[in-house]
Ligand binder design. Structure first.
Ligand code: 3HC
Length: 293
């Protein structure tokens, strides 16, 4: 029976994962190296819960209980010892993730499951940093985590079947649908999504249409809830770039080669919604499509 969950990394994925587990009565510890990031995460979770209260989907008392179910700490050593499941959700940096898995292997009890929310790195590579690859698995959530009903579950070549079953059941318990994917970089979702986002950026850079035009085509023509450029901003342009780099290196297909415009924007610190500017400007109440980059 899994009870104590530790989520590592308090960015948009980490805070959403913590929110969802707390909402389903798990005891959650959210940890990050940055106290400021933890504070931001706490405020984001409170804001998202308040939104639910306003829409009468939960009561104020329920929202308060969910908030109280999450501990925030920059030192998770005690939480690691008691954890039944740790979900790593730090940035898409293989060396950093491997370092964390090595540390978890030392700190966590023997039967603790070590999961990664990696969006592109093969699970067996992370599992190799531990002495318990049979207890390492991928749990790939989607942003915004409280809303998107999918978890890709990735079985590494050594992941025990029992661990896969436990995570499949857990995924149901937290109200999500799990889809099992083979351990090939990018799995299903990002292998298919990222070339579309990359192509939209190339289409913009070639002047085929502008930001509004490209996003409108995909929304009205294809029924997507967000256009690809708004979605890239929403995911984070730095995250998109990291995923494309992993996919290009490991799969070698030309459509994963990051577009020069994406690299330029990331180099300028224009990372999308979280930095206030990407393909859109988010400074005002309504986002504004940009005309030059
Ligand atoms: N937390 C909690 N609830 C949220 C939320 C958040 N961060 N953001 C939105 N919501 C809720 C709203 O309260 C609202 O709830 P209601 O239906 O009960 O009223 C509902 O979601 C819809 O929100 P809004 O009315 O504000 O806005 P939209 O109808 O425009 O929907 C959206 C927003 C759900 C984000 C929609 O635009 C969408 O589905 N976009 C695409 C998202 C997507 O593709 N995500 C996957 C990205 S890829 C990824 O994450 C993988 C990674 O590896 C790259």
């Amino acid at each position: 029976m899994l009870k104590n969950i530790v989520v590592i990394g308090a960015g948009s994925m980490g805070n959403g994962i913590a929110h969802v587990f707390a909402q389903h009565q798990f005891s959650v510890t959210l940890t990050d190296v940055s106290a400021t990031q933890l504070e931001t995460a706490k405020n984001t979770i409170a804001r998202n819960l308040a939104r639910g209260v306003k829409k009468e989907r939960l009561t104020e008392a329920e929202a308060a209980a969910i908030l109280a179910g999450i501990q925030y700490t920059t030192d998770a050593s005690t939480a690691y010892k008691n954890a039944d499941l740790v979900i790593e959700a730090v940035s898409e940096d293989e060396a950093l993730k491997k370092m964390i898995f090595k540390q978890l292997d030392v700190s966590c009890k023997e039967n603790c499951i070590l999961a990664s929310n990696t969006s592109s790195i093969a699970i067996h590579q992370l599992a190799a940093a531990t002495t318990r690859p049979e207890r390492v698995i991928g749990m790939h959530f989607f942003n915004p985590v409280p809303v998107m009903p999918l978890v890709e579950i990735i079985q590494g070549d050594a992941t025990a079947t029992e661990v896969v079953h436990t995570i499949q059941n857990l995924t149901q318990v937290i109200g999500k649908t799990g889809v099992l994917a083979r351990d090939v970089s990018g799995f299903v979702a990002n292998r298919i999504l990222l070339p579309m986002l990359n192509e939209a950026i190339g289409t913009l850079d070639q002047g085929v249409s502008d930001v509004t035009g490209i996003d409108t085509v995909m929304k009205l023509g294809m029924g997507h809830p967000m256009g690809p450029l708004e979605l890239a901003d929403f995911i984070g342009l730095d995250v998109c770039l990291s995923i494309l780099e992993v996919l290009y290196t490991s799969l070698g297909e030309a459509h994963y080669k990051p577009q020069p415009l994406l690299k330029r924007l990331v180099a300028k610190g224009h990372l999308g919604k979280k930095s206030g500017r990407g393909f859109y400007d988010y400074a005002g109440e309504d986002k504004v499509a940009l005309q030059s980059f």
